[in-house]
Design a binder for this molecule. Structure first.
Ligand code: ATP
Length: 518
C-alpha cells in the first residue's frame, strides 16, 4: 500500500511566476534545492534570467555572467530591481530581517505595483516566515515541501551511483526495504537525507532504518515544539473505552489511496474530552502502534509561548512537519491550554491566538494529507465553540470514569504490566474497593501497595488483594473533590459528545459518598 504524497510546491511556484505574481515568499531551509528548482523553471524552461541577491554578495546571476556586488544594501537592491531592464526573476536570500524597516517595506510595495505589468518577479527565500502585516497581503507564500517519495528515490539512486554499481545493498535487491528507507526519510531535507545515508553507510555498510529514524527524531525534537513520541503502549493496554477503541480500529486502513478509491473520506481526527486520568493520553499514545504511523506530540503551550508573531510561524511549522512525515498522527495535548485566549484575544494578545487558532481550524477542515489529529482536553469551557462545531473533528468523545467492568479490566492490565498474574487476586473485591477511581488512581493504588509491601517485607512477601485494598483506601479520588465539575462535564457531554465507553450509566457516585462516610 502506498500512502498519499505531498502536493508539488515546484508546480505552485511555476504557476505563480507564469501568472505574474510580483512578490513570492518561499519558506525553506533548502536554499540550494529551491534555487536549482527555480533555475529549471526560469532559465531552462522559460529562457529568462535568474539573479540572486544576498547581503554579503549583492547580486549575481545563477549560471554566471552578471555580478553587481555594490548593491548589497536592501533599499539599494530594491531600487536596482526597479530599474533593471530585462525580464528576470530575482531571488532575495534571507531578506526577512530587512522587512522591519519602513522604507524597505514601502519600496517593496511600490515594486509590487510596478512589476505587475512587467515580466519580473521577486522571490523572498528564507527558512522562516517573518513579515509585517502591511506587506503580507502583497505576498504569495509557498512552503517549499521537503523531498517527496519519488525525490527521495532519486536521492537513493544518486547515492548508490556514488557508492558504485557493484556494491551490494538491500535497496537494490528488495523493493519493500527500499520503500521502508524512503518512508523513514520522509520529513527530512535533501541535505539531511544525504548526510544520514552517508552516516548509516559508514556504520552498517548499507541503509540502516533505525539510524535514519533516529536522525529524524533528533531533527523533529530540535524544532522545540514537536516531539517524536515513542511509546510501548498499544490498544490492549487500554481498559474499557470500547466504543472509542472500536471507532479507531475501524479506521486503521482508511489512510491509504485504496480507501479513497473505495470512496471513503480521509479520517481527520478526534477530540477526547473528559475526566483527568481516565485514558485520554493513553489512547493517543496507543494509536501510533495501531495505525503504524509516527506519533508527533504537540505542546500547544509552546506554540503560543513564543514572542508575538512567532506563534503563527510555529503553527505553520507544525503543520508542515506533520504533513511531511504523513501518514502521521498529530497529538495535541491539553488543547485548552493553548487556545483559551482565542475568544478574547483581539484584546489580550493582538489577535495572535485567534490567528493561530484560525490557521489550525482551516487546516483541520481542509487538509487533504493523511495526518490524523488526536486532541485531548479536560476543560470544555476553555475551548472555543468553533472547534466543537460539526466538520472540524470526525467525532468528539467523552471519556468518563471507568465503570465497574472497566475497572476490572484496568486492574488486570496494571497487575500484568507489573508482572503479576490477576488469577492470584480477588479482582472483584478490589473493583469494589476502587469505586469512582480513575484509571490513573487504580494504577497509583497498585504501585503504592507495591511500595508498602516491599518496604515492609523486602521481597519476602508479594502484594495481595488486601494490600491493594488498603492502599486504595488511602486515596481520595479526584472525582470526589471535583464532583461539581464532573457533573457539569457529564451534562455538557450528554448532547454534544459520543461516549467513549459502551456503558450507559455510572454506578459510582453514591459509593464515593459511602466510602467517605466510613
Ligand atoms: P490527563 O487529562 O490528566 O492527562 P488522561 O485522561 O490523559 O488525563 P492518562 O494520562 O491517559 O489520563 O492516564 C494516566 C495513566 O493512568 C495512564 O498512563 C495509565 O497508566 C492509567 N490509565 C488511565 N486510564 C486507563 C485505562 N482506561 N486503562 C488502563 N490504564 C489507564
Amino acid at each position: 500500500m502506498k500512502p498519499e504524497g505531498k502536493s508539488n510546491s515546484t508546480q505552485e511556484i511555476e504557476d505563480l511566476i507564469r501568472a505574474r505574481y510580483p512578490l513570492i515568499y518561499i519558506v525553506s531551509s533548502e536554499e540550494e534545492r529551491v534555487e536549482s528548482e527555480l533555475e529549471k523553471i526560469v532559465v531552462d524552461r522559460r529562457n529568462r534570467k535568474l539573479i540572486v541577491w544576498s547581503i554579503t554578495e549583492g547580486f549575481f546571476s545563477r549560471g554566471g555572467g552578471e555580478v553587481y556586488p555594490d548593491y548589497d544594501q536592501p533599499l539599494k537592491a530594491l531600487n536596482f530591481i526597479l530599474s533593471y531592464e530585462d525580464d528576470c526573476v530575482f531571488v532575495l536570500r534571507d531578506f526577512h530581517p530587512y522587512l522591519q524597516a519602513p522604507e524597505v517595506t514601502r519600496r517593496l510595495r511600490d515594486l509590487s505595483r510596478a512589476l505587475k505589468s512587467k515580466r519580473k518577479n521577486i522571490i523572498l527565500l528564507s527558512s522562516v516566515f517573518r513579515c509585517p502585516g502591511e506587506i503580507e497581503k502583497d505576498l504569495s507564500v509557498v512552503d517549499f515541501a521537503v523531498p517527496d517519495r519519488p525525490t527521495i528515490g532519486t536521492i537513493i539512486d544518486s547515492f548508490m551511483g556514488h557508492i558504485g554499481d557493484d556494491t551490494p545493498s538491500l535497496v537494490r535487491d528488495d523493493p519493500k526495504f527500499r520503500d521502508r528507507v524512503i518512508e523513514a526519510a520522509l520529513g527530512l531535507t535533501a541535505d539531511e537525507i544525504e548526510n544520514v545515508f552517508a552516516k548509516s553507510w559508514i556504520r552498517m555498510r548499507d541503509f540502516h532504518i533505525p539510524t535514519i529514524l533516529n536522525e529524524k527524531r533528533h531533527i523533529i525534537r530540535k524544532s522545540g515544539i514537536l516531539e517524536y513520541y515513542e511509546s510501548d503502549y498499544d490498544i490492549t493496554d487500554i481498559g474499557g473505552l470500547e466504543a472509542l477503541k472500536e471507532w479507531l480500529r475501524k479506521r486503521e486502513n482508511a489512510f491509504y489511496p485504496e480507501a479513497r478509491r473505495y470512496g471513503l473520506p480521509l479520517p481527520k481526527g478526534i477530540l477526547l474530552l473528559g475526566i483527568p486520568g481516565c485514558g485520554k493520553s493513553l489512547t493517543a499514545k496507543s494509536i501510533g502502534a495501531l495505525y503504524k504511523m509516527p506519533l508527533l506530540r504537540l505542546d500547544m503551550g509552546k506554540v503560543m509561548g513564543g514572542i508575538v508573531g512567532s506563534s503563527e510561524e510555529n503553527m505553520r511549522k507544525v503543520i508542515n512537519t506533520a504533513e511531511a512525515v504523513a501518514p502521521s498522527i498529530l497529538w495535541m495535548d491539553e488543547l485548552e491550554k493553548g487556545l483559551s485566549g482565542s475568544a478574547s484575544s483581539g484584546v489580550s494578545d493582538g489577535g495572535t491566538t485567534a490567528r493561530v487558532f484560525g490557521t489550525f481550524i482551516t487546516w483541520l477542515q481542509e487538509k487533504d494529507q493523511p495526518v490524523f489529529v488526536i486532541a485531548t482536553a479536560n476543560d470544555v469551557s476553555q475551548l472555543p465553540p468553533e472547534l466543537l462545531r460539526k466538520g472540524r473533528f470526525d467525532e468528539i468523545f467523552f471519556v468518563d470514569l471507568p465503570t465497574a467492568a472497566e475497572r476490572e479490566e484496568i486492574i488486570k492490565i496494571h497487575l500484568r504490566r507489573k508482572g503479576r498474574s490477576p488469577e492470584y487476586f480477588d479482582v472483584p473485591k478490589i473493583v469494589a474497593a476502587m469505586s469512582a477511581f480513575s484509571g490513573s488512581e487504580i494504577e497509583q493504588a497498585i504501585v503504592s501497595a507495591m511500595y508498602d509491601v516491599y518496604d515492609e517485607y523486602r521481597g519476602e512477601k508479594d502484594i495481595d488483594t488486601e494490600s491493594i485494598i488498603q492502599s486504595a483506601q488511602e486515596i481520595i479520588p479526584l472525582s470526589y473533590t471535583m464532583k461539581e465539575k464532573i457533573d457539569a462535564l457529564r451534562e455538557w457531554a450528554k448532547t454534544r459528545a459520543r461516549r467513549a465507553s459502551e456503558a450507559a450509566s455510572h454506578d459510582d457516585d453514591s459509593s464515593v459518598v459511602r466510602r467517605l462516610e466510613l
